[in-house]
Design a protein around this ligand. Structure first.
Ligand SMILES: [Zn+2]
Length: 108
């Protein structure tokens, strides 16, 4: 019996090739998406930590004297961390290269 053409077809994931019902063409299956998101978040955390250290270093050099300046500096450091983390995570989700086949479980 041929596969029915009605309903959502089973589309292979572009990365692992597993067929998933309801997946769009050229999309990742939920498992691969989650794995990619973990990688992207890990990378984004490193990038944003580096940016935050740079920002903190720059502020330490400038040494704001008044309490308001110090408060703004603190808020700025936190904001840099959050903003850079979000942007880097989004960019990494888009531009990270494809992973090797997910057969081997690897965590770090
Ligand atoms: Zn997949």
């Amino acid at each position: 019996m041929p596969p029915s053409l009605s309903g959502s077809p089973e589309v292979p994931c572009v990365q692992c090739g597993r067929r998933v019902r309801g997946l769009g063409w050229a999309e990742l299956c939920p498992e691969c998406t989650a794995r990619r998101k973990r990688r992207a978040n890990r990378l984004a955390r490193r990038i944003s930590l580096a940016a935050t250290v740079l920002m903190a270093g720059w502020i330490a050099l400038r040494r704001p004297s008044d309490p308001t300046g110090q408060l703004y500096a603190l808020v700025g450091v936190v904001a840099v961390y959050i903003i850079v983390q979000r942007i880097a995570s989004r960019l990494a989700m888009e531009f990270l290269p494809r992973e090797p086949a997910p057969s081997e479980p690897r965590e770090s």
